[in-house]
Design a binder for this molecule. Structure first.
Ligand code: AMP
Ligand code: MG
Length: 433
Protein backbone atom coordinates (compact mmCIF):
# COMPACT_ATOMS: atom_id res chain seq x y z
CA UNK A 1 0.00 0.00 0.00
CA UNK A 2 0.97 3.66 -0.28
CA UNK A 3 3.20 4.30 2.72
CA UNK A 4 1.40 5.74 5.69
CA UNK A 5 2.61 8.86 7.47
CA UNK A 6 3.66 8.66 11.10
CA UNK A 7 0.99 9.61 13.59
CA UNK A 8 3.38 12.14 15.01
CA UNK A 9 3.71 13.97 11.71
CA UNK A 10 -0.08 14.22 11.57
CA UNK A 11 -0.78 15.34 15.12
CA UNK A 12 1.98 17.97 15.26
CA UNK A 13 -0.20 20.05 12.93
CA UNK A 14 -2.86 20.21 15.64
CA UNK A 15 -2.47 23.05 18.10
CA UNK A 16 -4.00 21.39 21.16
CA UNK A 17 -3.53 17.66 20.69
CA UNK A 18 -4.07 15.70 23.88
CA UNK A 19 -4.64 11.96 23.39
CA UNK A 20 -6.08 11.83 26.90
CA UNK A 21 -8.85 14.25 26.02
CA UNK A 22 -9.67 14.48 22.36
CA UNK A 23 -12.72 16.11 20.83
CA UNK A 24 -14.65 14.05 18.29
CA UNK A 25 -13.90 16.67 15.64
CA UNK A 26 -10.15 16.40 16.37
CA UNK A 27 -10.20 12.61 16.18
CA UNK A 28 -12.03 12.80 12.85
CA UNK A 29 -9.44 15.31 11.62
CA UNK A 30 -6.49 13.11 12.62
CA UNK A 31 -8.01 10.02 10.99
CA UNK A 32 -8.72 12.02 7.85
CA UNK A 33 -5.18 13.41 7.67
CA UNK A 34 -3.65 10.00 8.30
CA UNK A 35 -5.45 7.82 5.80
CA UNK A 36 -5.12 8.12 2.04
CA UNK A 37 -6.27 6.17 -0.96
CA UNK A 38 -4.36 2.91 -0.84
CA UNK A 39 -2.60 1.31 -3.77
CA UNK A 40 -5.59 -0.96 -4.25
CA UNK A 41 -7.69 2.11 -5.02
CA UNK A 42 -5.57 2.37 -8.17
CA UNK A 43 -6.14 -1.26 -9.08
CA UNK A 44 -9.32 -1.97 -10.94
CA UNK A 45 -11.29 -4.88 -12.25
CA UNK A 46 -14.04 -5.09 -14.82
CA UNK A 47 -17.40 -6.40 -13.64
CA UNK A 48 -20.78 -6.90 -15.22
CA UNK A 49 -23.35 -4.20 -14.56
CA UNK A 50 -25.19 -6.72 -12.33
CA UNK A 51 -22.16 -6.96 -10.04
CA UNK A 52 -21.41 -3.24 -9.98
CA UNK A 53 -23.95 -2.16 -7.35
CA UNK A 54 -22.18 -0.65 -4.32
CA UNK A 55 -18.76 -0.81 -5.97
CA UNK A 56 -16.57 2.24 -6.54
CA UNK A 57 -16.16 3.47 -10.10
CA UNK A 58 -12.49 3.29 -11.16
CA UNK A 59 -12.70 5.45 -14.28
CA UNK A 60 -14.99 8.16 -15.56
CA UNK A 61 -17.70 6.76 -17.78
CA UNK A 62 -17.64 8.83 -20.95
CA UNK A 63 -20.94 8.87 -22.74
CA UNK A 64 -20.56 7.30 -26.22
CA UNK A 65 -23.95 8.66 -27.30
CA UNK A 66 -26.43 11.41 -26.64
CA UNK A 67 -29.27 10.45 -24.33
CA UNK A 68 -31.84 10.93 -25.65
CA UNK A 69 -30.40 10.43 -29.11
CA UNK A 70 -32.88 12.84 -30.71
CA UNK A 71 -35.41 15.48 -29.68
CA UNK A 72 -38.55 13.63 -28.63
CA UNK A 73 -41.95 14.19 -27.13
CA UNK A 74 -42.40 14.27 -23.36
CA UNK A 75 -46.16 13.70 -23.60
CA UNK A 76 -48.86 11.85 -25.50
CA UNK A 77 -50.44 14.54 -27.71
CA UNK A 78 -49.83 16.45 -30.91
CA UNK A 79 -46.49 17.74 -32.21
CA UNK A 80 -46.22 20.88 -34.31
CA UNK A 81 -44.11 24.00 -34.97
CA UNK A 82 -44.44 26.44 -32.07
CA UNK A 83 -44.70 29.24 -34.63
CA UNK A 84 -48.10 27.83 -35.62
CA UNK A 85 -49.62 29.01 -32.32
CA UNK A 86 -51.82 31.99 -33.22
CA UNK A 87 -52.24 35.28 -31.40
CA UNK A 88 -55.99 34.66 -31.26
CA UNK A 89 -57.88 32.71 -28.58
CA UNK A 90 -57.68 29.40 -30.32
CA UNK A 91 -55.34 27.59 -32.67
CA UNK A 92 -56.41 24.95 -35.21
CA UNK A 93 -54.03 22.50 -36.86
CA UNK A 94 -54.43 19.80 -39.46
CA UNK A 95 -53.27 16.34 -38.53
CA UNK A 96 -51.12 14.74 -41.24
CA UNK A 97 -49.87 11.54 -39.59
CA UNK A 98 -48.77 9.65 -36.48
CA UNK A 99 -45.46 9.11 -34.66
CA UNK A 100 -44.79 6.44 -32.03
CA UNK A 101 -41.83 5.68 -29.78
CA UNK A 102 -39.61 3.49 -31.96
CA UNK A 103 -41.63 4.30 -35.08
CA UNK A 104 -41.24 7.99 -35.92
CA UNK A 105 -43.20 10.07 -38.40
CA UNK A 106 -40.71 10.66 -41.19
CA UNK A 107 -42.36 13.40 -43.24
CA UNK A 108 -41.97 17.17 -43.02
CA UNK A 109 -44.53 19.10 -40.95
CA UNK A 110 -45.44 22.52 -42.28
CA UNK A 111 -46.93 25.54 -40.49
CA UNK A 112 -50.54 24.87 -39.55
CA UNK A 113 -50.02 21.11 -39.50
CA UNK A 114 -49.50 18.63 -36.67
CA UNK A 115 -48.73 14.97 -36.02
CA UNK A 116 -50.34 12.71 -33.45
CA UNK A 117 -47.40 11.77 -31.22
CA UNK A 118 -46.71 9.44 -28.29
CA UNK A 119 -44.29 9.93 -25.38
CA UNK A 120 -40.73 9.15 -26.43
CA UNK A 121 -41.44 9.40 -30.18
CA UNK A 122 -38.87 11.42 -32.13
CA UNK A 123 -40.11 14.94 -32.92
CA UNK A 124 -40.94 15.05 -36.63
CA UNK A 125 -39.04 17.51 -38.84
CA UNK A 126 -40.46 20.98 -38.45
CA UNK A 127 -41.86 20.30 -34.94
CA UNK A 128 -40.56 21.72 -31.67
CA UNK A 129 -43.66 21.62 -29.47
CA UNK A 130 -46.14 19.05 -28.16
CA UNK A 131 -49.58 19.85 -26.81
CA UNK A 132 -50.88 17.15 -24.43
CA UNK A 133 -53.90 15.28 -25.78
CA UNK A 134 -56.16 16.27 -22.88
CA UNK A 135 -55.87 19.97 -23.85
CA UNK A 136 -57.13 19.37 -27.37
CA UNK A 137 -60.52 19.05 -29.09
CA UNK A 138 -60.41 16.73 -32.07
CA UNK A 139 -62.74 17.08 -35.02
CA UNK A 140 -61.85 14.62 -37.78
CA UNK A 141 -58.30 15.49 -38.81
CA UNK A 142 -58.43 18.97 -37.29
CA UNK A 143 -57.37 19.66 -33.71
CA UNK A 144 -58.18 22.83 -31.79
CA UNK A 145 -56.81 24.17 -28.50
CA UNK A 146 -56.66 27.40 -26.51
CA UNK A 147 -53.57 29.27 -27.71
CA UNK A 148 -52.50 30.31 -24.20
CA UNK A 149 -52.22 26.69 -23.01
CA UNK A 150 -48.91 26.07 -24.70
CA UNK A 151 -45.72 27.90 -25.64
CA UNK A 152 -43.20 27.05 -28.36
CA UNK A 153 -40.80 24.32 -27.13
CA UNK A 154 -43.15 22.92 -24.47
CA UNK A 155 -43.22 19.19 -23.74
CA UNK A 156 -40.20 18.41 -25.85
CA UNK A 157 -37.11 16.61 -24.53
CA UNK A 158 -33.92 17.80 -26.17
CA UNK A 159 -31.30 15.55 -27.72
CA UNK A 160 -28.54 14.95 -25.14
CA UNK A 161 -30.42 16.71 -22.33
CA UNK A 162 -29.84 13.72 -20.00
CA UNK A 163 -26.31 12.79 -21.12
CA UNK A 164 -24.11 14.46 -23.74
CA UNK A 165 -21.91 12.44 -26.06
CA UNK A 166 -18.21 12.76 -25.12
CA UNK A 167 -18.81 14.08 -21.59
CA UNK A 168 -18.36 12.17 -18.32
CA UNK A 169 -21.70 10.65 -17.39
CA UNK A 170 -20.27 9.38 -14.08
CA UNK A 171 -17.02 10.28 -12.36
CA UNK A 172 -14.40 7.92 -10.93
CA UNK A 173 -14.71 7.58 -7.16
CA UNK A 174 -18.48 7.42 -7.17
CA UNK A 175 -20.25 4.60 -5.36
CA UNK A 176 -22.52 2.92 -7.87
CA UNK A 177 -26.18 3.14 -6.83
CA UNK A 178 -29.37 1.85 -8.53
CA UNK A 179 -29.82 5.06 -10.56
CA UNK A 180 -26.23 4.73 -11.81
CA UNK A 181 -26.89 1.19 -13.04
CA UNK A 182 -29.80 2.50 -15.09
CA UNK A 183 -27.75 5.43 -16.32
CA UNK A 184 -24.90 3.15 -17.41
CA UNK A 185 -27.39 0.88 -19.17
CA UNK A 186 -28.95 3.90 -20.90
CA UNK A 187 -25.56 4.36 -22.60
CA UNK A 188 -25.64 0.79 -23.88
CA UNK A 189 -22.73 -0.16 -21.59
CA UNK A 190 -22.81 -3.58 -19.91
CA UNK A 191 -19.52 -3.78 -18.00
CA UNK A 192 -17.93 -1.37 -15.56
CA UNK A 193 -14.39 -0.76 -14.34
CA UNK A 194 -14.48 -0.70 -10.53
CA UNK A 195 -11.81 -0.36 -7.88
CA UNK A 196 -10.60 -3.48 -6.17
CA UNK A 197 -12.34 -3.98 -2.87
CA UNK A 198 -10.48 -2.72 0.19
CA UNK A 199 -9.26 -5.63 2.33
CA UNK A 200 -10.45 -5.21 5.88
CA UNK A 201 -9.57 -7.59 8.71
CA UNK A 202 -11.56 -7.65 11.93
CA UNK A 203 -11.59 -9.60 15.16
CA UNK A 204 -12.84 -9.49 18.72
CA UNK A 205 -10.65 -9.60 21.80
CA UNK A 206 -11.62 -10.57 25.35
CA UNK A 207 -11.40 -13.76 27.36
CA UNK A 208 -15.05 -13.41 28.36
CA UNK A 209 -16.22 -13.79 24.77
CA UNK A 210 -17.87 -16.95 23.55
CA UNK A 211 -18.75 -17.81 19.99
CA UNK A 212 -22.15 -18.94 18.77
CA UNK A 213 -22.55 -22.64 19.51
CA UNK A 214 -20.38 -22.59 22.64
CA UNK A 215 -21.91 -22.87 26.12
CA UNK A 216 -22.13 -19.59 28.01
CA UNK A 217 -20.44 -19.81 31.41
CA UNK A 218 -21.13 -17.33 34.20
CA UNK A 219 -19.68 -13.91 33.42
CA UNK A 220 -19.26 -14.66 29.74
CA UNK A 221 -21.01 -13.01 26.79
CA UNK A 222 -21.50 -14.05 23.22
CA UNK A 223 -19.32 -12.15 20.81
CA UNK A 224 -21.72 -9.80 19.06
CA UNK A 225 -19.32 -7.12 17.83
CA UNK A 226 -17.95 -9.25 15.04
CA UNK A 227 -21.44 -9.56 13.63
CA UNK A 228 -22.27 -5.86 13.76
CA UNK A 229 -18.87 -5.18 12.19
CA UNK A 230 -19.57 -7.84 9.58
CA UNK A 231 -22.85 -6.05 8.76
CA UNK A 232 -21.38 -2.55 8.62
CA UNK A 233 -18.37 -3.63 6.57
CA UNK A 234 -20.51 -5.63 4.17
CA UNK A 235 -22.61 -2.53 3.58
CA UNK A 236 -19.43 -0.63 2.76
CA UNK A 237 -18.59 -3.15 0.08
CA UNK A 238 -15.15 -4.13 1.39
CA UNK A 239 -13.50 -7.54 1.21
CA UNK A 240 -13.90 -9.13 4.65
CA UNK A 241 -11.20 -11.01 6.52
CA UNK A 242 -12.73 -12.41 9.70
CA UNK A 243 -10.08 -13.47 12.23
CA UNK A 244 -12.63 -14.61 14.81
CA UNK A 245 -12.33 -14.19 18.56
CA UNK A 246 -8.73 -13.85 19.67
CA UNK A 247 -7.83 -15.16 23.09
CA UNK A 248 -5.90 -13.06 25.54
CA UNK A 249 -2.67 -14.87 24.89
CA UNK A 250 0.34 -12.86 23.70
CA UNK A 251 1.48 -15.47 21.19
CA UNK A 252 -1.92 -15.86 19.54
CA UNK A 253 -2.52 -12.14 19.70
CA UNK A 254 0.83 -11.27 18.09
CA UNK A 255 0.30 -13.86 15.38
CA UNK A 256 -3.20 -12.59 14.55
CA UNK A 257 -2.22 -8.93 14.45
CA UNK A 258 0.81 -9.71 12.24
CA UNK A 259 -1.18 -11.84 9.88
CA UNK A 260 -3.91 -9.22 9.60
CA UNK A 261 -1.29 -6.51 8.95
CA UNK A 262 0.26 -8.60 6.19
CA UNK A 263 -2.91 -9.22 4.18
CA UNK A 264 -5.20 -6.29 4.97
CA UNK A 265 -5.38 -2.61 4.11
CA UNK A 266 -7.14 -1.91 7.41
CA UNK A 267 -7.64 -3.86 10.63
CA UNK A 268 -10.49 -3.30 13.05
CA UNK A 269 -10.56 -4.84 16.51
CA UNK A 270 -13.00 -4.46 19.34
CA UNK A 271 -12.28 -4.58 23.05
CA UNK A 272 -9.14 -4.33 25.14
CA UNK A 273 -8.29 -0.67 24.57
CA UNK A 274 -9.72 0.91 27.70
CA UNK A 275 -7.65 2.00 30.70
CA UNK A 276 -6.85 -0.75 33.14
CA UNK A 277 -7.41 -3.53 30.63
CA UNK A 278 -5.56 -6.57 31.89
CA UNK A 279 -5.14 -8.15 28.48
CA UNK A 280 -2.37 -8.03 25.93
CA UNK A 281 -4.23 -6.17 23.19
CA UNK A 282 -2.66 -2.76 23.80
CA UNK A 283 0.77 -4.22 24.40
CA UNK A 284 0.82 -6.05 21.06
CA UNK A 285 -0.59 -3.05 19.20
CA UNK A 286 2.23 -0.96 20.62
CA UNK A 287 4.79 -3.60 19.74
CA UNK A 288 3.70 -3.97 16.11
CA UNK A 289 2.85 -0.48 15.22
CA UNK A 290 2.63 3.24 15.42
CA UNK A 291 -0.47 3.44 17.58
CA UNK A 292 -1.98 6.11 19.81
CA UNK A 293 -4.39 5.30 22.59
CA UNK A 294 -7.06 7.94 22.76
CA UNK A 295 -9.62 9.03 25.25
CA UNK A 296 -12.22 10.76 23.16
CA UNK A 297 -14.70 13.17 24.72
CA UNK A 298 -17.70 11.25 23.52
CA UNK A 299 -20.38 8.92 24.74
CA UNK A 300 -20.53 6.10 24.05
CA UNK A 301 -17.07 5.22 22.80
CA UNK A 302 -14.44 6.93 24.91
CA UNK A 303 -11.38 4.69 24.48
CA UNK A 304 -9.99 3.99 21.03
CA UNK A 305 -6.66 3.01 19.51
CA UNK A 306 -5.65 4.44 16.16
CA UNK A 307 -2.60 4.23 13.94
CA UNK A 308 -0.92 1.59 11.84
CA UNK A 309 0.49 -1.87 12.41
CA UNK A 310 3.19 -3.57 10.39
CA UNK A 311 3.90 -7.19 9.59
CA UNK A 312 7.38 -7.67 11.14
CA UNK A 313 8.84 -9.55 8.17
CA UNK A 314 7.12 -8.28 5.04
CA UNK A 315 6.83 -4.70 6.36
CA UNK A 316 3.34 -4.57 4.88
CA UNK A 317 1.28 -2.25 7.03
CA UNK A 318 -2.39 -1.67 7.67
CA UNK A 319 -4.35 1.15 9.24
CA UNK A 320 -5.50 0.08 12.69
CA UNK A 321 -8.75 0.97 14.44
CA UNK A 322 -8.87 -0.48 17.96
CA UNK A 323 -12.51 0.13 18.83
CA UNK A 324 -13.89 -0.11 22.35
CA UNK A 325 -15.59 -3.34 23.40
CA UNK A 326 -19.03 -2.10 24.31
CA UNK A 327 -21.43 -3.07 21.52
CA UNK A 328 -23.01 0.36 21.00
CA UNK A 329 -19.62 2.06 21.27
CA UNK A 330 -18.35 -0.16 18.45
CA UNK A 331 -21.09 1.04 16.15
CA UNK A 332 -20.80 4.70 17.09
CA UNK A 333 -17.02 4.80 16.68
CA UNK A 334 -17.30 2.84 13.43
CA UNK A 335 -19.72 5.35 11.93
CA UNK A 336 -17.82 8.36 13.27
CA UNK A 337 -14.24 7.38 12.45
CA UNK A 338 -13.95 4.16 10.48
CA UNK A 339 -16.60 4.46 7.79
CA UNK A 340 -15.29 7.64 6.17
CA UNK A 341 -11.69 6.51 6.54
CA UNK A 342 -12.36 3.25 4.70
CA UNK A 343 -14.26 5.08 1.98
CA UNK A 344 -11.37 7.51 1.58
CA UNK A 345 -8.88 4.61 1.43
CA UNK A 346 -11.06 3.12 -1.28
CA UNK A 347 -10.82 6.31 -3.33
CA UNK A 348 -14.44 7.31 -2.77
CA UNK A 349 -15.11 10.99 -3.25
CA UNK A 350 -18.39 11.10 -1.31
CA UNK A 351 -18.78 12.83 2.02
CA UNK A 352 -20.46 11.83 5.26
CA UNK A 353 -24.26 11.57 5.42
CA UNK A 354 -25.89 14.91 6.21
CA UNK A 355 -27.02 15.92 9.67
CA UNK A 356 -30.70 16.83 9.84
CA UNK A 357 -32.70 18.62 12.49
CA UNK A 358 -35.57 17.33 14.60
CA UNK A 359 -37.52 18.49 17.63
CA UNK A 360 -37.01 16.27 20.64
CA UNK A 361 -40.30 15.25 22.25
CA UNK A 362 -38.62 14.82 25.62
CA UNK A 363 -35.91 16.44 27.73
CA UNK A 364 -32.46 14.85 27.33
CA UNK A 365 -29.83 14.94 30.03
CA UNK A 366 -26.54 16.19 28.71
CA UNK A 367 -23.52 17.95 30.11
CA UNK A 368 -21.08 20.07 28.14
CA UNK A 369 -17.63 18.68 27.40
CA UNK A 370 -18.42 15.62 25.32
CA UNK A 371 -20.31 14.70 22.18
CA UNK A 372 -23.12 12.24 22.76
CA UNK A 373 -24.68 9.88 20.30
CA UNK A 374 -28.07 8.86 21.64
CA UNK A 375 -30.24 6.47 19.71
CA UNK A 376 -33.53 7.87 18.44
CA UNK A 377 -36.70 7.15 16.51
CA UNK A 378 -37.94 9.79 14.09
CA UNK A 379 -41.54 10.67 13.57
CA UNK A 380 -43.74 13.60 12.52
CA UNK A 381 -46.04 15.61 14.77
CA UNK A 382 -49.52 16.93 13.92
CA UNK A 383 -48.01 20.13 12.43
CA UNK A 384 -45.86 18.08 10.07
CA UNK A 385 -42.63 18.90 11.97
CA UNK A 386 -39.99 16.19 12.30
CA UNK A 387 -39.68 14.91 15.87
CA UNK A 388 -37.41 12.45 17.60
CA UNK A 389 -37.58 10.39 20.78
CA UNK A 390 -35.01 8.26 22.54
CA UNK A 391 -35.05 4.46 22.43
CA UNK A 392 -35.14 3.67 26.13
CA UNK A 393 -32.01 2.88 28.13
CA UNK A 394 -28.93 4.37 26.49
CA UNK A 395 -26.13 2.37 28.12
CA UNK A 396 -23.19 1.67 25.82
CA UNK A 397 -23.82 -2.04 26.22
CA UNK A 398 -27.52 -1.85 25.36
CA UNK A 399 -27.48 -2.97 21.74
CA UNK A 400 -31.28 -3.00 21.70
CA UNK A 401 -31.11 0.82 21.77
CA UNK A 402 -29.42 0.66 18.34
CA UNK A 403 -31.61 -2.08 16.98
CA UNK A 404 -34.83 -0.19 17.76
CA UNK A 405 -33.53 3.17 16.57
CA UNK A 406 -33.50 4.65 13.10
CA UNK A 407 -31.13 7.54 13.80
CA UNK A 408 -28.41 8.92 16.03
CA UNK A 409 -29.34 11.99 18.04
CA UNK A 410 -26.08 13.95 17.99
CA UNK A 411 -25.63 16.19 21.02
CA UNK A 412 -22.72 18.51 20.34
CA UNK A 413 -19.66 18.91 22.55
CA UNK A 414 -20.64 22.21 24.16
CA UNK A 415 -24.35 21.53 24.39
CA UNK A 416 -25.99 21.59 27.82
CA UNK A 417 -29.31 20.08 29.03
CA UNK A 418 -31.90 19.71 26.33
CA UNK A 419 -35.54 20.59 26.95
CA UNK A 420 -38.56 18.99 25.32
CA UNK A 421 -39.24 20.87 22.09
CA UNK A 422 -35.57 21.86 21.52
CA UNK A 423 -34.04 21.21 18.12
CA UNK A 424 -31.33 18.55 17.98
CA UNK A 425 -29.15 17.14 15.21
CA UNK A 426 -30.02 13.67 13.88
CA UNK A 427 -28.23 11.38 11.44
CA UNK A 428 -30.30 8.67 9.77
CA UNK A 429 -29.02 5.10 9.86
CA UNK A 430 -30.37 4.31 6.40
CA UNK A 431 -29.99 6.45 3.33
CA UNK A 432 -32.38 6.34 0.37
CA UNK A 433 -30.04 4.72 -2.11
P1 AMP B 1 -13.54 -3.69 26.87
O1 AMP B 1 -13.52 -2.53 25.93
O2 AMP B 1 -12.71 -4.83 26.44
O3 AMP B 1 -13.27 -3.23 28.26
O4 AMP B 1 -15.04 -4.21 26.88
C1 AMP B 1 -16.10 -3.42 27.33
C2 AMP B 1 -17.36 -4.23 27.44
O5 AMP B 1 -17.74 -4.72 26.18
C3 AMP B 1 -17.25 -5.46 28.31
O6 AMP B 1 -18.45 -5.60 29.04
C4 AMP B 1 -17.09 -6.59 27.33
O7 AMP B 1 -17.55 -7.81 27.84
C5 AMP B 1 -17.94 -6.11 26.19
N1 AMP B 1 -17.44 -6.68 24.93
C6 AMP B 1 -16.17 -6.63 24.51
N2 AMP B 1 -16.05 -7.24 23.31
C7 AMP B 1 -17.29 -7.70 23.00
C8 AMP B 1 -17.81 -8.43 21.90
N3 AMP B 1 -17.02 -8.79 20.87
N4 AMP B 1 -19.12 -8.73 21.88
C9 AMP B 1 -19.91 -8.33 22.89
N5 AMP B 1 -19.49 -7.65 23.95
C10 AMP B 1 -18.18 -7.34 24.03
MG1 MG C 1 -11.96 -6.58 27.43
Amino acid sequence: MTSLPTLNSVVTCLSDYDPESLRVSQAIQIVQDFVRPTAQALESETVSIYDALGRVLAQDIISPINVPSADNSAMDGYAFAGSSITNTDSTSLTMIGKGFAGNAFTGQVAAGQCVRIMTGAVMPQGCDTTIPQEMVEVDGDVIRFRSNLVRAGDNRRLKGEDLKEGLAALKAGKIIRPADLGLIASLGIGTVSVKRRLRVGFFSTGDELRSIGQPLEDGCVYDSNRYTLFGMLTRLGVELHDFGVVRDDPVVMRETFSQAASVCDAVITSGGVSVGEADYTKQIMRELGDVSFWKIAMRPGRPMAFGSIKHPKSNHSAVLFGLPGNPVAVMVTFYQFVRNALLCMNGVTETAPPMMQAKTVEAIRKRPGRTEFQRGILSTDETGARTVRITGAQGSGVLRSMSEADCFIVLEHDQDQIKAGDTVGVVLFEGLV
